[in-house]
Structure formats: structure tokens, C-alpha cells
Ligand binder design. Structure first.
Ligand code: HEC
Ligand SMILES: [Cu+2]
Length: 349
């Protein structure tokens, strides 16, 4: 028999059940559907292996600007370091075989980025690169903007400067110069020294030997002139920028050029063996420059080193870093190289 009270009770029970079951369903629904729709995160699985074992798979990824992706790396062969540049500051660090490491990233605007390995992992380590193409979702078919023209590279080209030419120093200091003494001499003579020397842009386009010759012509004695040059050529890289440059060098350059700039990192031997077979006609090929050798370095210029870092060698084994580093990072590295000739090893960071 159904009485009104009975019906009311059943109705109340139904409402109660609905609430009890409905609340969790609504919450889960919110978690899975609403939140996903509000901030969709696409997971992209990437296998990272040494180039001879397949490199990055996939090695090219397309992502819409504004989209958040979770890049999930696993490595099948040996430990790799995973980083993405330029200008993102993403460095996941080491990933060991069996491990999975991920990074969530949102690319703000269209462009091209490079996923690369930051650990010496194999003889072909530096070829271990993949691309991330970020497109404009309103124009998915448009090519991502290419890098803007580089004033320093254009200026070198306009002056007809061959960045692959050797640039031996006609003269080098008899004893290692002291940037500290150089700073003191500079402070006392600041007003009488040629103004060009204090202009960072001028220094980028001139060699230490040129500056030294100017100082000697100006009447300064030769050892003092080297100390002043050592001070000036190491003065623009200080503090945070110096620390950053030192880290970039250790991760990306030391394998070939050596931690001490001697040109004898573990990669150097491998490279030399490869190149002896391939290019007996190219003397520089396969021999990482010894940055600590004043005869090799002091006739060079920051702008040439910058250009070489960005473009790489022409089949010499020197990788190009223009797709990995920002221009600013490349300048920091170019300036960092002077420390191998001008700063005694024990005072280097
Ligand atoms: C795979 C080995 C390798 C790695 C890694 C490497 N280099 Fe080199 N580098 C070379 C070789 C070989 C040369 C000599 C041939 C040439 O100049 O093209 C060279 C030459 C250079 C030169 C030219 C020096 C001159 O006298 O003009 C610069 C500058 C340079 N490297 C900077 C760097 C920096 C900075 C890094 C790290 C960001 C780096 N290299 C990483 C192999 C390497
Ligand atoms: Cu590697």
C-alpha cells in the first residue's frame, strides 16, 4: 500500500542516494574532463639513444604555441643528459637506462627549438639532437619564423673575414700575464689609455695582440701591456654570467676542448681518429683547439670565436651551437675562452 508518507520517504532516499553517488562522480568528472579541457597536457614519449642507436625518437615534434606538453624521456642504451634550447633554460640532467624523466613545457610563441644531449655519451654524442617546431595555432601550416639575422655574423661577412682561417699570434707574453696587476695599472692610467680599449664592442672585434701593440705604441712597457690586456679581456664576464658560462663550457665543450682548455678532452681522441680517416687534407679537422695556447688564441677575436660557436666548423668536427644557445650565451662562451690564456688555472671557476 502506498501512502503519501511512504512515497515521500522513497523520494528522500532517492535524493540521498543521488547526492551520495553523484558528488564523487561529479568530482571525478571535473578532474578528468573539465580540468583536462581547461589545461590539456599532451604527453609525448621520447626515446633518447646515442645517434648510432637511433638518436631521439621521434626526432621532430610539432607543438602549438600556448599548448602545454609533457615530454617524457626514457633511454635504452647509456646515460644521456637531456636539455632543450635556445633560451628556455631547460636541462633535465642525467637520465639513466631504465629511468623515465619528464618535463612539462609551454612554448609561448612559434619558433624552432632543439632537444640535445648534454653529456658525452658516444663518439657521435654531439650529433644527438632533435627539433621541436612550435607553430601558430591560427596558422598551422605557416613555417615557424627563422632566427633573426645576426649582426655579428653579418658584420664578419661584410668585412670578408674567414672564420675558419688560422690566426696565429705574432707575439705572446714571456710569462703568464696577471689580470689582477692589469686592473691596478688600468686604474692608475685610465684617463690616458686609448678609449677604444674600454669599449666592449671594440674589444670583440680586435685581438689581444692588437690591443697590446696599441699599448706598447702608447709607451707602456711590454709586460705591463699584457697585464692590462689580460684584465680587459676578462673584465666583461663576471658574477652570474661567469658562472653560467663555466657551466655551459663544462657540459658542452670540455669533452673535446678539455676542462683545462688543453684541447685534449676524452672526445678529442675519438674525433681525431675519425678525421684522420676522412679528411687527411684538412689540418684543423679533428683537432679541438687548445684554448690555453697563447700562440693559437691571442691573434683571435671574440667575434670569430662567437661565429665559430654558432655556425660550427666546416666538416672539422666542431659542432654548431646556433640552434642550442642564445646569442647572449654564445658571447658568454666566447668571452669565457680568454680565461684559459689569461687567468691562472687555480683562479678559474
Ligand atoms: C665534438 C668535439 C667538439 C666539441 C664538443 C666542441 N668543439 Fe670547438 N672545436 C672542435 C674542433 C675539432 C675544432 C677545430 C676545427 C675548427 O675550428 O673548425 C674546434 C674549434 C673551436 C673554435 C675555433 C677556435 C679558433 O682558433 O678559431 C672555437 C671558438 C670553439 N671550438 C669553441 C667551442 C665551444 C665554446 C664549445 C662548446 C660550446 C665547443 N667548441 C665544443 C671540436 C669541438
Ligand atoms: Cu650525449
Amino acid at each position: 500500500m502506498t501512502t503519501p508518507t511512504n512515497r515521500l520517504e522513497r523520494f528522500a532516499l532517492a535524493v540521498l542516494l543521488f547526492i551520495l553517488a553523484g558528488v564523487p562522480v561529479a568530482l571525478l568528472g571535473y578532474q578528468y574532463f573539465v580540468r583536462l579541457a581547461l589545461s590539456p597536457v599532451r604527453v609525448i614519449d621520447i626515446t633518447a639513444a646515442a645517434p648510432e642507436a637511433g638518436g631521439f625518437q621521434p626526432d621532430a615534434i610539432r607543438v602549438a604555441a600556448g599548448e602545454t606538453v609533457r615530454l617524457r624521456f626514457s633511454v635504452p642504451d647509456v646515460t644521456h643528459g637531456i636539455a632543450i634550447g635556445p633560451g628556455l633554460g631547460i636541462d633535465i640532467g642525467h637520465v639513466d637506462p631504465g629511468q623515465v624523466r619528464e618535463v612539462e613545457v609551454t612554448f609561448d610563441r612559434p619558433g624552432r627549438y632543439t632537444v640535445y644531449c648534454s653529456t658525452w655519451c658516444s663518439p657521435n654524442h654531439w650529433r644527438m639532437r632533435g627539433t621541436i617546431e612550435v607553430y601558430d595555432p591560427s596558422q598551422p601550416d605557416a613555417l615557424p619564423p627563422s632566427q633573426p639575422p645576426d649582426p655579428a655574423l653579418e658584420s664578419l661577412a661584410a668585412r670578408g673575414i674567414n672564420i675558419d682561417a688560422e690566426h696565429p699570434a705574432e707575439t705572446i707574453p714571456d710569462t703568464p700575464p696577471s689580470p689582477g696587476r692589469g686592473a691596478e695599472i688600468t686604474a692608475t692610467h685610465q684617463n690616458t689609455l686609448p678609449a677604444d680599449l674600454f669599449n666592449p664592442a671594440w674589444r670583440q672585434q680586435h685581438s689581444p695582440v692588437e690591443a697590446w701593440s696599441m699599448l706598447v705604441a702608447h709607451g707602456m712597457n711590454q709586460p705591463d701591456a699584457w697585464d692590462v690586456v689580460a684584465h680587459l679581456w676578462t673584465s666583461s664576464l663576471q658574477g652570474d654570467r661567469l658562472a653560467q658560462a663555466s657551466t655551459l663550457y663544462a657540459k658542452n665543450c670540455a669533452a673535446c676542448h678539455g676542462e683545462d682548455g688543453s684541447g685534449t678532452g676524452p672526445g678529442a681522441a675519438v674525433l681525431q681518429a675519425q678525421h684522420a680517416l676522412e679528411h687527411s687534407d684538412m689540418p684543423q679537422a679533428g683537432k679541438p683547439t687548445a684554448f690555453a695556447d697563447p700562440r693559437i688564441m691571442l691573434g683571435g677575436r671574440s667575434e670569430i670565436y662567437y661565429a665559430k660557436i654558432r655556425r660550427g666548423g666546416m666538416g672539422t668536427g666542431m659542432p654548431g651551437f646556433g640552434q642550442i644557445f642564445t646569442p647572449e650565451e654564445s658571447w658568454m662562451l666566447a668571452e669565457y675562452l680568454w680565461r684559459f690564456v689569461f687567468v691562472p688555472a687555480e683562479n678559474r671557476p
